[in-house]
Design a protein around this ligand. Structure first.
Ligand code: ADP
Ligand code: MG
Length: 706
């Protein structure tokens, strides 16, 4: 039997280090590696030789095309394929791929969201090779991970600011590491995502115009049985789904995506997959690539994959957990407690910086995940609450409290030091405390990393990472500065570090919460602590243009003011367009599918009432009252739907006249969006009255089959 060992073919479609060693001259191979490790530019001569090696590798594997592959601001990926082949003047043809073509491509990309940064009539944007993420092969096309920027240098994508935030974090984190270990020269953020999704039979999917057009059902009465028995979570995976998952996994393994787990999730038809964590930049690329592979593969299996955050009301929606940590070039996880007091001090330093980053920039972290789709999931008692807080776990929380109490501002006595050392010595226990999980916290420390749980399933992971990395860079810079200051004032380094740790614990007190994030008591308490509930999308995303956030991103070279303004603008526009599309689809379905069906059934009932009267000549008139009541209820719902659809259309017209997109988005959220659940409510009631054979849409109970 042929061996199915994954290690035999893992990464075989990637131009990784092994392939490079084979296809590049030794000195070129070395300078590329150096450039990647030290974030340095690759000069043109080297680029030419890399391009030649890449082309040879790709063509050996049957490639005919290449493309710059990038992530524009619409949560998908973009590619424009060009052939290697070029006709030669006077006859014949050659396969051409120079360093210039590798390094830069000018896509005719006038239709990506730019938030006004790049006027369509002005210069185009261009894409540029990101050597830190390896090129890969899909079908006959060599894909080159790239950034996408305007000619004036503004980022028009997710990768550019992500790379900037990674560089900022690297610099500040190395400085703090060097307080403990002079040998550390590089720190990278790590990301392990967990991707939730739904699978549906393609025929059923296509029979639902709402799913086709908006990615979620805009109507549908709850099925009698969905997730109440909790029999789906980690249940047997249906054969059809397993064969889909295996197909996806094989493609992922070939592309070097280290998928580790697959299982059923809570809701019917809901599943999850997760990889081994990787460097954040590569992990983000791998997640976007995975989503593309999943979409394409589903169609080959007669399935559709839904990444929407809330495809079905009444059952759980889909998120994408972001497991985030920091690793040194020595492979040390900086958010994992160590075995020695020194490594635990280092762990604590990084840990309190993360706490203070969360305390200072929690609102911006939440803003980074605020989207129309996610608004149906967040705060719903199934996903994290809309209030940002950090769960540290019992053991660690106790240690932090102890340190805060024991370390005073003055120099420490030897006894005090011993006491603190004992506390710090307890820290490794938190690894045993790993089971102490709090599922209601948006940002939970899980023993060796933070798990941010508020990102939506359809979103690019980059945005919350950009905020986390930058906010962390700021705190590390502050931490380092304060330690140096104390040392200059004569403190011993160890004492200085402890002092600053204590200070950061005090400063971040408001963000720590160990209790139930869904409870009313927490909502009250959070208010008292000055923590905002980020429930409205258009309010949450205003954080993008808050002065303090603009200052933060500018200080670390991650976003310019113009870039943030543009992103805010795009967020507003995307939000309102999504509501607009949903409102149109719902209006259409209500008037053209649901009301005609209701009227048809009304006629059946009306005829039945008349017949009964004829047959029984009034003697048994009571027999028709059930039908009469049903007739009346149908009429009420039909009238209700007509009225609400009319009002919704009027509200849209009114807000469409508003020229400022920021104001228009708020109008749509407050005055258009609320009609959707109201109209749905009437429709879902009708679904329970009308003859099932007449109902024009597959019902939830039919969708929930596999
Ligand atoms: P759970 O469902 O309990 O959260 P999973 O095993 O499904 O756990 O997911 C854990 C995720 O955390 C995986 O993607 C894993 O790679 C990731 N992870 C583990 N360690 C780190 C780390 N140091 N940095 C980033 N992510 C990590
Ligand atoms: Mg998780």
């Amino acid at each position: 039997m042929e061996s199915k060992k994954v290690s035999n073919f893992f990464g075989c479609d990637v131009f990784g280090r092994d392939q490079m060693r084979h296809y590049l001259p030794k000195d070129v191979f070395e300078s590329v590696n150096l450039a990647i490790d030290e974030n340095r530019r690759i000069d043109r001569r080297v680029a030419d030789q890399v391009a030649a090696g890449m082309k040879a590798w790709a063509m050996d594997r049957g490639a005919t095309h290449y493309t710059h592959w990038f992530q524009p601001l619409n949560d998908s990926t973009a590619e424009k394929h060009d052939t290697f082949f070029e006709p030669v003047w006077g006859g014949g043809a050659v396969e051409n791929f120079s360093g210039d073509l590798l390094v830069q491509q000018e896509p005719d990309a006038s239709s990506f969201p730019t938030g006004g940064l790049r006027n369509t009539f002005e210069a185009r944007g261009y894409s540029a090779w990101d050597p830190s993420s390896p090129t890969f092969l899909i079908d006959d096309t060599l894909c080159i991970p790239s950034v996408f920027i305007s000619y004036t240098g503004e980022a028009l994508d997710f990768k550019t600011p992500l790379l900037r935030s990674i560089a900022a974090l690297d610099k500040e984190a190395v400085a703090v590491c060097q307080l403990f270990d002079k040998d550390v020269v590089k720190v990278v953020p790590t990301l392990g995502w967990e991707q939730e999704y739904f699978l549906l039979d393609e025929a059923l999917f296509k029979a639902r115009p709402d799913l086709v057009q908006t990615g979620r059902t805009l109507m549908g009465h709850t099925a009698a049985k969905d997730q109440q028995l909790e029999d789906h979570y980690w249940g047997e995976i249906p054969d059809r789904v397993v064969s889909y998952m295996k197909d996806v996994e094989t493609q992922c393994f070939r592309l070097g995506i280290p998928l580790k787990t697959r299982h059923n999730e809570t809701a019917p038809n809901q599943y999850e997959c997760a990889p081994m964590f990787e460097e954040a930049n590569i992990a983000v690329d791998h997640n976007t690539l995975l989503m593309t592979i999943m979409r394409r593969t589903a169609m080959r299996h007669g399935l559709r994959v839904l990444f929407h955050e809330k495809p079905f009301a009444g059952v759980n929606g889909s998120g994408k957990h972001v497991n985030w940590s920091l690793a040194t070039d020595k492979g040390q996880n900086l958010l994992a407690p160590g075995k020695t007091p020194k490594s635990n001090m280092q762990f604590l330093s990084f840990f309190v910086c993360a706490l203070r980053a969360a305390a200072e920039h929690g609102n911006m972290i939440m803003a980074s995940v605020a989207t129309e789709g996610n608004s149906h999931r967040l705060g719903g008692g199934e996903a994290p609450p809309a209030i940002f807080s950090v769960f540290t776990g019992h053991t660690l929380s106790a240690v932090l409290d102890e340190i805060e109490q024991r370390v005073s501002k003055k120099a420490l006595t030897p006894d005090e030091k011993t006491g603190i050392k004992l506390d710090i010595g307890k820290i490794p226990e938190i690894l045993l405390d790993n089971t102490d999980r709090n599922r209601t916290s948006p940002f939970a420390f899980t023993g060796n990393r933070f798990e941010f749980r508020a990102l939506g399933a359809s979103a690019n992971c980059a945005m919350p990472l950009i905020v986390l990395n930058t906010a962390m860079a700021e705190q590390l810079s502050l931490f380092h500065g304060k330690v140096e200051q104390l040392v200059r004032e004569g403190a011993k380094k160890d004492d200085a570090i402890l002092q600053v740790i204590r200070e950061f614990i005090t400063d971040s007190a408001k963000i720590r919460f160990e209790g139930n994030g869904y409870s009313d008591e927490w909502r009250q308490e959070a208010k008292g602590r000055g923590l905002k509930a980020m429930t409205e999308v258009t309010t949450a995303i205003r954080e993008y243009i808050e002065q303090r956030n603009m200052d933060l991103f500018r200080q670390f070279g991650v976003f310019s003011r113009a870039e943030l303004e543009a992103r805010y603008e795009i967020k507003c526009e995307t939000y309102l367009k999504k509501v607009q599309i949903e409102a149109r689809v719902l209006g259409d379905m209500a008037l053209n599918h649901i009301i005609p069906t209701a009227l048809r059934y009304q006629n059946v009932l009306a005829e039945n009432v008349v017949r009964l009267r004829e047959v029984f000549r009034g003697a048994a008139i009571g027999m028709s009252t059930g039908e009469e009541q049903a007739l009346k209820r149908i009429s009420e719902h039909v009238v209700g739907i007509r009225e609400l659809v009319h009002k919704m259309v009027e509200a849209r017209k009114e807000w469409n006249r508003e020229e400022n997109v920021r104001v228009r988005a708020v109008g749509y959220e407050r005055e258009v969006a609320p009609y959707l659940p109201a109209i749905r409510d009437h429709i879902d009631h009708l679904e329970m009255i009308v003859d099932a054979r007449l109902w024009p849409l597959p019902k939830y109970r039919e969708l929930f089959t596999m």
